[in-house]
Design a protein around this ligand. Structure first.
Ligand SMILES: Nc1ncnc2c1ncn2[C@@H]1O[C@H](COP(=O)(O)OP(=O)(O)OP(=O)(O)O)[C@@H](O)[C@H]1O
Ligand SMILES: [Mg+2]
Length: 317
């Protein structure tokens, strides 16, 4: 069953005036399609600035799209109102990168975790307290109800954020770089916690990361984004066994510990072009070691079969 479907999604931000026009458009998300199946983990990967967090904010309906739609269980989330919107706000939760910034420093752990349950009228009184204690146990914390965020380490704070997301029994968690603010040793612990939740709780995940090793371990499907577009989409095992897009190949080859096919370490040359001034043709062509004649003129479509899609002239000719 498809829980979430993203269709032709675009988000353009207006940026400062120029001499010739009132403003230009920064194409943060530029025509993205994907879906999340129940009990699955769908990963979005790509370099900084390619639009991952913008997709996350659209998925949570924190911002409105320029074009396109997102459906949750068949309903366009941008048209939801009243009780239906409230049910959606409960069903889809987010865990952010920085667990400190997403916790209110003046609120105790109990306040933080009980609040969503109060808002959604899930429990009150002693039942509410029991549920908070149980949620904390689930994420590996004990006897912390009256403590404040500053008393915890980064990993513990992320556990609190995860407990808060779990408190309303969500169907989907959007995790936007949930490990990248943490020490490497702590990352593995939080990742194991997420793995347990994936296996035991029936929650489906949209997992955003630039760390491909984590994605390989945790996700079922991967979409690789580049300058607001998906350039490759495949089952995780397929993409790690054989990447089709030169960009994916370089991303994999530049990740320590992952060796798809070639042994040579490749590093991405030059900076990502600005999303205000996206190159013509294939947006990756200025950095692509395999570019040939059509690449700087014709935009490659995302094409393929059997759930394996790639936007590259090398593949689609
Ligand atoms: N509110 C905004 N106004 C203008 N530009 C924005 C806004 N939000 C994001 N952007 C721009 O949109 C592009 C995509 O940003 P986004 O945060 O989605 O990238 P990201 O893939 O999450 O990057 P990172 O890996 O660094 O988190 C960037 O160029 C960013 O500067
Ligand atoms: Mg981001």
């Amino acid at each position: 069953m498809k829980l979430i479907e993203v269709k032709a999604l675009k988000k353009y931000f207006p940026v400062k005036k120029t001499a010739f026009a009132r403003h230009e458009w920064l194409k943060a998300v530029d025509g993205v399609d994907f879906s999340l199946e129940k009990d699955r983990v769908f990963a979005l990967v790509g370099e900084s600035g390619c639009g991952k967090s913008t997709v996350a904010r659209l998925l949570l309906r924190l911002i409105e799209p320029t074009e396109g739609e997102i459906t949750f269980k068949g309903e366009n989330i941008f048209k939801l109102k009243g009780q239906r919107l409230k049910a959606f706000r409960r069903a889809v939760q987010i865990v952010f990168q920085d667990p400190f910034a997403s916790l209110n420093p003046r609120r105790t752990v109990y306040d933080t975790i009980s609040e969503p349950m109060k808002i959604h009228k899930i429990a009150k009184g002693s039942e509410l307290k029991d549920r908070v204690v149980e949620l904390l146990r689930k994420v590996g914390l004990q006897d912390v109800l009256n403590r404040y965020p500053h008393e915890f380490s980064g990993g513990q704070r992320q556990r609190i954020c995860i407990a808060r997301a779990l408190s309303v029994s969500p169907e989907v968690i959007v995790a936007d770089e949930p490990l990248s603010a943490l020490d490497v040793s702590i990352q593995a612990q939080i990742l194991n916690l997420l793995m347990d939740l994936k296996q035991q709780s029936g929650i489906s995940f949209i997992f955003i990361s630039h760390d491909l090793k984590v994605v390989e371990y945790f996700s079922d499907e991967v979409a690789v984004m580049y300058l607001g577009k998906i350039v490759e989409y495949a089952r995780t095992e397929d993409i790690f066994r054989q990447p089709y897009h030169p960009y994916t190949e370089i991303l994999l080859n530049s990740t320590p510990g992952i060796k798809p096919g070639t042994k040579r370490r490749q590093i991405l040359s030059a900076e990502v072009p600005s999303p205000i001034d996206i190159p013509p043709g294939c947006p990756f062509h200025p950095r692509c070691p395999k570019r040939f004649s059509p690449c700087d003129r014709i935009v490659p479509e995302l094409e393929g079969s059997g759930g394996r899609l790639v936007a590259c002239h090398l593949r689609t000719g």
